[in-house]
Design a protein around this ligand. Structure first.
Ligand SMILES: Nc1nc2c(c(=O)[nH]1)N[C@H]1C(S)=C(S)[C@@H](COP(=O)(O)O)O[C@H]1N2
Ligand SMILES: [Mo]
Length: 372
């Protein structure tokens, strides 16, 4: 067998085909955030979702070097000590995997089988990517900026380092951070120790972990993760369009208590305080609606005020917002649903459109609850 022969094309599950062994293997490595984790403004690192395409590489902060090179006036390299001496920022960012919701699509794209838990919010501390690029001096002929991680693997027959490209304006103006801290502590190994990119508002794939190279190039980046993997396609041979920013989504902390196997919920009749979080990578959340009768009637949830507690050098423009709604629960079976709307006019659909990679499936959450 050769490397090129390994599953060259993404596959869709056959009708009625259950989760495969390959998918289970991925699901056991890459965990989601249990939805009760929505309670925390900032997700404790052990609860934050994790997605790693290949293996977590062996890395060391003491001898780590970040190279900034290519179409720049002055190629530079930075150790962690030098980066820590620069002007730092802390940003509160909600990261979500572009594949979140994939496993509920019909037909199901075979890949990491996320339900709805591939999300988390952390405070990332580092330097502005734009500051590093300005120090090196981006040349006139620059087109894209390529970020390379230290992890290596094979994907659909292509051996590669994990790499993503961004257009120069996105790299300069998106508020991206090259971070060495998560929630005030060194990055955990699974989140990119010792250094990662954090692209606020973008689906997780853009936030390259174990970052060791930033290369400015004079042409459009055609690497696998941009040109092949993260694209909205309806057919296998469709060139598709790139997956970029996060579509609006609201999620509730499932109320009451669960059944072990089915996760069906139970609450006692009376006032049930519902609580959740909503986010969008396109624009601030404008409102969240809650339905307690499977989408027949909708009620406005109360939104928290925008947080401003990160100090002068911080921002939380791309962090989730809390919402709450008091449900007067009457005995019987109920289906809870929530939808988010952002100020750009994007609204979360009851049923999102299908695509072959299973990306950006922000179909509204449905929680079945038996009120006793
Ligand atoms: N080097 C590297 N960076 C990576 C990945 C990876 O596999 N390798 N996975 C990406 C994807 S698909 C996601 S969703 C996020 C997940 O970030 P987290 O594990 O810190 O939540 O990291 C991104 N950065
Ligand atoms: Mo992802």
């Amino acid at each position: 067998m050769t490397i090129e022969q390994f599953s060259v094309r993404g596959r869709l599950a056959d009708t009625g085909e259950g989760i495969t062994g390959d998918e289970l293997q991925l699901a056991a490595r890459n965990h989601g955030m249990p939805l009760e984790g929505l309670r925390y403004d900032v997700t404790p690192p052990g609860l934050h979702y994790v997605l790693v395409h290949y293996d977590i590489p062996a890395t060391n902060a003491a001898d780590w070097l970040l190279e900034v090179h290519g179409c720049v006036e002055q190629p530079l390299s930075f150790g962690l000590t030098e980066l820590r001496a620069m002007a730092r920022r802390t940003v509160r960012v909600t990261l979500e995997c572009a594949g979140n919701g994939r496993a509920t699509l019909q037909p199901r794209p075979i890949s990491q089988p996320w339900l709805q838990e591939a999300v988390g919010t952390a405070e990332w501390t580092g330097v502005l990517l734009a500051d590093l690029l300005r120090l090196a001096g981006v040349r006139e002929d620059a087109v894209d900026v390529v970020f390379t991680g230290a992890d290596h693997g094979v994907e659909r027959g292509v051996e590669q380092d994990y790499q993503r490209g961004l257009a120069v304006p996105e790299a300069m103006e998106s508020g991206a951070i090259v971070a060495w801290e998560m929630n005030g502590a060194p990055l955990p190994p699974q989140h990119g120790y010792p250094l990662r990119l954090v692209m606020p508002g973008w689906y997780g794939m853009a936030s390259v972990k174990w970052l060791h190279s930033i290369s400015v190039i004079d042409h459009a980046f055609e690497g696998f993760q941009n040109a092949v993997a993260y694209r909205f396609r309806t057919a296998a041979d469709d060139p598709g369009s790139p997956v970029t920013r996060i579509e609006p989504r609201a999620l509730l902390v499932p109320p009451g208590f669960p059944d072990f196997m089915s996760r069906h919920r139970f609450v006692a009749a009376g006032t049930v305080p519902l609580f959740g979080r909503a986010w969008s990578g396109w624009a601030p959340i404008e409102r969240v609606e809650v339905s307690t009768d499977a989408g027949v009637n909708w009620h406005l949830a109360t939104l928290d005020t925008l947080g401003t507690d990160l100090g002068a050098d911080g921002n939380d423009d791309f962090g989730w917002r809390a919402f709450a709604y008091d449900w007067e629960a009457t005995p019987g079976e109920h289906v809870l649903t929530v939808r988010a709307y952002d100020t750009s006019g994007r609204e979360q659909p009851i049923e999102a459109e299908w695509n072959r990679g299973g990306f950006a499936n922000n179909t509204a959450q449905r929680i079945s609850v038996l009120v006793t």
